[in-house]
Design a protein around this ligand. Structure first.
Ligand code: AMP
Ligand code: ZN
Ligand code: FE
Ligand code: FE
Length: 275
């Protein structure tokens, strides 16, 4: 492949992906990527093993994380890249966020039990975990495995989606707090999948708070949509990002390298940090 490309939004089994960091690196090499961003939900545990594996095959790993935040009841995801992994406000907060995820999972399991879904226990949900970053996808997979719903999508529609009866919100960080946290930790903040979130009217406020970029390239979205978000980023003079949001097996509408962006945008991120 002549053009160098990057996929900056990949989950591993340290959050709710199914692939190990080593498997992710092998798949990224296979897909012809020059760089990958490991962006697990609320954990950085996948980054070091991915780097170790990637060093052996000449692949670059961009350190990342996908933070959840809430704006008037709406779940908004903010990606952080290139932050200080050793000692930063962000890394220190992740431990608390993970405790909050555990507590919330107990509440969702208890809601399900009360609704008559009796054969699912908190410990079983956690049995799938490689870190403390437990999420709704883990629970959804168990609901499918036990035959309560035919598909992951049905699990979210019937039980776990925002507003569904077993849904429980995570924690009270706002998008602006997440953006500031990433900046205070030396990183770049990027609005994740705006085409899914559909809150474009908030982008100017996020930019004023320090948002550094927008995820314009995303799977199953047209070139028109991508270009629309590239245009918004350019209008605000901020960065462009993109990636597959691959979660491995089970969520097969996307895979590593399905959405990608030219590597020059990774270079622009590094320049942005040097300014
Ligand atoms: P959580 O961080 O625990 O709130 O879980 C959010 C994750 O659930 C997202 O990152 C997706 O991986 C997954 N998810 C949300 N909606 C759906 C859906 N309709 N089908 C499959 N997975 C979903
Ligand atoms: Zn996920
Ligand atoms: Fe997300
Ligand atoms: Fe994601």
């Amino acid at each position: 492949m002549s053009q160098r490309i990057a996929d900056l939004h990949i989950h591993t089994h340290f959050s709710d992906g199914t692939m190990s960091p080593e498997e992710v690196v092998a798949a990224a090499k296979e897909a012809g990527l020059a760089a990958i961003g490991i962006a697990d939900h609320d954990t950085i545990d996948g980054i070091a093993p991915a780097k170790a594996a990637a060093d052996l095959v000449g692949l670059e790993v961009v350190p990342g994380v996908e933070l959840s935040s809430e704006y008037h009841g709406k779940d908004i995801h903010i990606l952080g890249y290139f932050f200080d992994l050793k000692d930063s406000p962000l890394v220190r907060l992740l431990g608390n966020i993970q405790l909050g995820r555990m507590d919330r999972m107990r509440k969702m399991v208890s809601k399900l039990n009360q609704m008559g879904v009796k054969d699912i226990a908190f410990d079983e949900v956690c049995g799938q975990l490689k870190s403390d970053s437990v999420g709704r996808l883990h629970l959804a997979k168990l609901l499918v495995a036990r035959g309560h719903v035919p598909s992951l999508n049905a699990a979210f529609e019937k039980y776990l989606g925002e507003g569904a009866p077993a849904y429980y919100p995570k924690f009270k960080q706002t998008p602006i707090e997440a953006i500031k946290l990433i900046k205070d930790s030396g990183g770049i903040s990027v609005l994740a999948h705006p085409m899914l979130t559909q809150k474009d009217e908030l982008i100017p406020e996020f930019v004023r708070a320090g948002l550094d970029g927008i995820e314009a390239y995303y799977p199953n979205c047209s070139m028109e949509v991508a270009n629309f978000y590239v245009g918004i980023a350019q209008k605000h003079g901020i960065l462009i990002s993109g990636g597959s949001d691959a979660h491995g097996k089970g969520k097969d509408s996307t895979w590593i390298g399905k959405a990608y962006l030219p590597y020059e945008h990774v270079e622009k991120m590094k320049e942005w940090l040097r300014r």
